[in-house]
Design a protein around this ligand. Structure first.
Ligand code: SF4
Length: 895
């Protein structure tokens, strides 16, 4: 048993999901049950959690875990092997390929879910000792444009501000950021500031998201036109003589050229309005809010980064903050909200192919410095292939060996279908994973290495505000799982580099990482945590969340950067960057008249391998969907709640239709989370263009030309089973966790009678069936019992009146049913005392739509606060508050 599990008290750790980096308290009870709560002492969240963090304890099941190393055998099947066999095979394969084809035939694909220590050794092995820079990360898909923008403007990948700026801002501008769903704890911090000090909120996004619901001003600009808007703002502030000329003169360069270019793009309010397709009045309002607010924070995330002009967009935002001197002081600055828990830690150690380590690049002096520090004569001297280029090199056969750690690229990459097919060409395909099966491991993996999961790992992560926090283990590793850093070091040892990877613990690695950050630094590089290079093991174990930089001899403190210049360019001045014309990468056409925008839903994370285990988190958006404007829906003859096929040049998917005026006409939106493991034909990554920003290499995930067409299914229904089951080919389904087992929402053109055959095939010997068949209405309902326990149900009926599963799901959760409950079960209707819950709205307190509607209709709740008092909905993380407000409006309209 891990020593920490024996402790009576809570283990302080951090959330494994988004870049907010919330602190958590994990308590393991004697029966090995786990309770998770927010850590009131952690400065990122002060005890608050969103629905995802609050449901973490529901995601610790060992059922889907990879528990032992596995290798593909001569018969093509994967079989369990000893660790030594797996490690020898990986090291032998890497050595043979490097000797035959050179080190650039090998690539590592890492993840923002890795801990900094894991990331550090993987980068060191690849760049320092194998001798290639082909090591990139899924963070390339998340914030590479912010990195490139920071480096162009500041000379380093530095986030100047801190979260406390959100408490002190007069104006918060959110650009391409659905923070209410994607950074909920920070968003609630913004809302608190709004209530406390009347902070104004402006939301800039082509899509009316939940974040826009609480905004003072929502600017639904034309897709891709963010840079034009900020160019217009720069020109306006200049023409109104509200720039900080002292700051510009003392600390920057290139202002005149940037202003001239901005003037060409958006010379005045009217031109800005035309370029962005916004009402002139709204543009003027935004400009005046910005001009008049002393303290402004501009937060941006994937809507800015995931763009073929992402770096220019980032720099257009930074230009305005530099020109007004609104940077590095309380309540002001540009602020990149990072998607992943450790995207920033990955950047610190050089997890990107175009960085070396400790925020160094590939200049001869930097290469020499790292070579000497690591004593690595074969250190790679040039940049490697960024994510999309790397997988295209696999597709071409130029890369022969790939090691994927802690990520699912067969789902998340652009052109994901083609990339998944490319993986089958590899001579050596290694995956370090928590789960036994996902779309990547099913793509012909040769060696599967069981990695320790969140809760079992020990190390550090860095959040969006440069705050390093400890992730601490509170559970023993499952099965034979091992930490990623240990796996990498074992491979390094087998490759003959044991001396350079002779670490006993993550603390050893962290000390070396800290020492490298300070090595020959002397204030030249932003990332310096030299003060931590001499931590003892117990100091490291007890390390409190702290912010970098923290140079040797300096006290640990929360620092803003650049208020008085001190940039990391050669001249120590910040650079204004002249943006290119903000043109969309790919225009729509007759064949593909729409633009596909992709993103996230409130309660899921990435490819759902963890959040998909929580029945609470699955309940809010249970099926993959596409949002479309009513006009576009009418043109395509789509029904709300029906199905549609989306097609792009790269792939297609069939998704549920959600018609909403929040979606701009001409654009459609689909979430990224579903894979072949969780749905039929719903891999949105398959459809995304492989176009990238020329500087950052970040893919354009917001504007792939697409078309949409109606799909009809004659029958709809659901199945609930204790064990996961596979449905016949041709049946559309979405798989989700439900209380007591697995749920499948399905649609099919097969007659309902086939469900009967299907159910019979599935059930074990001794299974009793109860069934209700109404051939005149095309209805079939089957329940299977084993030793009196409800084993599974399948209900199918006509698509026009699909069976509802609320009541059946509630009965399924309890398993042992009495006679009357059995009757209720097959009726599908609520029995005495059983309320239909409707779709889940508040995941934290599991409050469904029916209860909220009742409270409004009966007058028990007349506003959001009263809903909270009556039902608790919206009173924890607050992510559902915009939805509660909409429900209030809708119900009031009909009562
Ligand atoms: S906001 Fe939610 S997902 Fe993000 S770190 Fe905090 S609890 Fe985790």
């Amino acid at each position: 048993m891990n020593a920490l599990t024996a402790q009576a008290g809570a283990v302080r750790t951090t959330c494994p999901y988004c870049g907010v980096g919330c602190g958590l308290l994990a308590v393991v009870d004697a029966g090995q049950g786990v309770t998770i709560a927010g850590d009131p002492a952690h400065p990122a969240n002060f005890g608050r959690l969103c629905s995802k963090g609050a449901a973490l304890a529901e995601t610790l099941s060992l059922e889907p875990r990879l528990l032992h190393p596995m290798m593909r055998q001569a018969d093509g099947a994967l079989a369990r092997v000893e660790w030594n066999s797996a490690l020898d095979a990986v090291a032998g394969g890497l050595r043979a390929i490097a000797e035959r084809d050179g080190p650039d035939a090998i690539a590592f694909y890492l993840s923002g879910q890795l801990l900094t220590e894991d990331y550090y050794v993987a980068n060191k092995l690849m760049k320092g000792f194998i001798g290639s820079s082909n090591v990139d990360t899924n963070s390339r898909l998340c914030m590479a444009s912010s990195v490139a923008g920071h480096r162009r403007a500041f000379g380093a990948d530095t986030v100047p501000g801190v979260y406390a700026d959100l408490d002190e801002a007069d104006l918060i501008v959110l650009v391409g950021s659905n923070a209410a769903w994607c950074h909920p704890v920070l968003y609630q911090r913004m809302m608190a500031a709004r209530h406390r000090r009347n902070t104004r909120i402006v939301v800039i996004d082509p899509r009316r998201t939940a974040t826009a619901e609480d905004a003072d001003l929502f600017l639904p600009l034309a897709p891709g036109m963010d840079a034009a808007l900020f160019c217009g703002l720069l020109v306006h502030l200049n023409d109104m003589q509200t720039l900080d000329q002292n700051y510009i003169a003392a600390h920057t360069m290139g202002f005149a050229e940037a202003l001239a270019r901005a003037r060409e793009i958006a010379p005045n309010i009217a031109a800005t309005a035309r370029a962005t397709a916004l009402p002139e009045m709204d543009v003027a309002w935004f400009f005046s809010l910005f001009r008049q607010a002393d303290r402004v924070v501009t937060c941006y995330s994937q809507g800015v980064n995931q763009s073929a002009q992402g770096t220019d967009k980032v720099n257009a935002i930074i230009n305005v903050h530099l020109a007004t001197g609104r940077i590095g002081r309380a309540g002001m600055g540009p602020f990149s909200l990072t998607g992943q828990p450790n995207a920033m830690g990955g950047r610190e150690v050089g997890g990107l192919a175009n960085q070396l380590a400790a925020h160094m690049g590939f200049s001869p002096a930097e290469v020499d410095r790292v070579r000497r520090f690591w004593d690595a004569p074969r250190l790679a001297a040039r940049e490697g292939l960024k994510a999309v280029d790397m997988f295209e090199a696999i597709e071409r056969g130029a890369i022969k060996a790939l090691w994927v750690m802690a990520t699912n690229p067969a789902v998340s990459l652009p052109r994901a279908g083609a990339m998944r097919a490319a993986l089958t060409k590899l001579e050596l395909f290694v995956v370090s994973e928590n789960v036994r099966s996902n779309d990547t491991t099913e793509a012909g993996v040769h060696v599967l290495l069981p990695a320790a999961a969140w809760g079992e790992k020990d190390g550090t992560v860095t959040n969006s505000e440069r705050r390093i926090s400890r992730q601490r283990a509170f559970l023993p590793p499952a099965g034979e799982a091992r930490p990623d850093w240990w796996i990498v070091c074992e491979i390094a040892r087998r490759l003959g580099f044991g001396r350079a990877f002779d670490y006993r613990t993550p603390a050893d690695i962290f000390r070396e990482h800290a020492a490298l950050s300070a090595f020959e630094n002397e204030g030249r590089r932003d990332f310096d945590i030299g003060e931590l290079a001499s931590l003892t093991d117990s100091d490291y174990a007890a390390l409190e969340a702290m912010m970098w930089p923290c140079r040797a001899g300096e006290a640990r403190a929360e620092r803003r950067l650049f208020a008085a210049g001190g940039f990391f360019t050669d001249s120590r001045r910040a650079c204004f960057v002249v943006p290119d014309l903000p043109l969309l990468h790919a225009a729509s056409s007759e064949t593909f008249p729409l633009r596909l925008n992709t993103g996230r839903v409130r309660d899921q994370w990435h490819t759902m391998t963890r959040t998909g285990m929580s029945q609470r988190l699955c309940a809010h958006s249970p099926e993959p969907f596409v949002e479309i404007h009513p006009n576009d829906a009418a043109a395509a003859d789509l029904d709300d709640g029906g199905f549609a096929r989306i097609t792009t040049r790269y792939g297609s998917a069939i998704l549920k239709v959600s018609i909403t005026a929040g979606q701009q006409s001409g654009s459609i939106f689909a979430p990224i989370h579903w894979s072949d493991a969780t749905a039929a034909h719903a891999r949105v990554g398959d459809m995304v263009s492989g176009a990238t920003d020329p500087l950052s290499g970040q893919p354009e995930a917001k504007a792939t030309p697409a078309r949409i067409e109606r799909v009809d299914y004659a029958y709809r229904g659901f199945a609930l089973t204790r064990r996961p089951i596979t449905l016949p080919a041709g049946v559309w389904f979405a798989r989700l966790a439900v209380a007591g087992g697995n749920g499948l929402l399905l649609a099919t053109n097969d007659p309902p009678a086939t469900c009967h055959d299907f159910a019979v095939r599935l059930m074990r010997d001794g299974t009793d069936f109860a069934e209700y068949v109404d051939q005149s209405r095309d209805l079939i309902r089957i329940a299977a019992f084993h030793s009196g326990r409800l084993e599974g149900v399948i209900f199918v009926g006509p698509a026009a009146a699909p069976p509802r599963w609320d009541v059946v799901r509630t009965l399924f959760a309890s398993a042992a049913l009495g006679e009357s409950e059995r009757r209720v079960l097959l009726s599908g209707r609520s029995g005495e005392g059983m309320a239909e819950t409707g779709p889940l709205i508040c995941a934290c307190f599991e409050v469904g739509l029916a209860a909220i509607r009742d409270a409004i209709v009966t007058g028990a709740a007349t506003d959001v606060a009263e809903i909270g008092r009556a039902l608790r909905a919206g009173t924890n993380c607050g992510s559902c508050v915009p939805e509660l407000r909409k429900i209030l409006e809708r119900v009031r309209q009909v009562v």
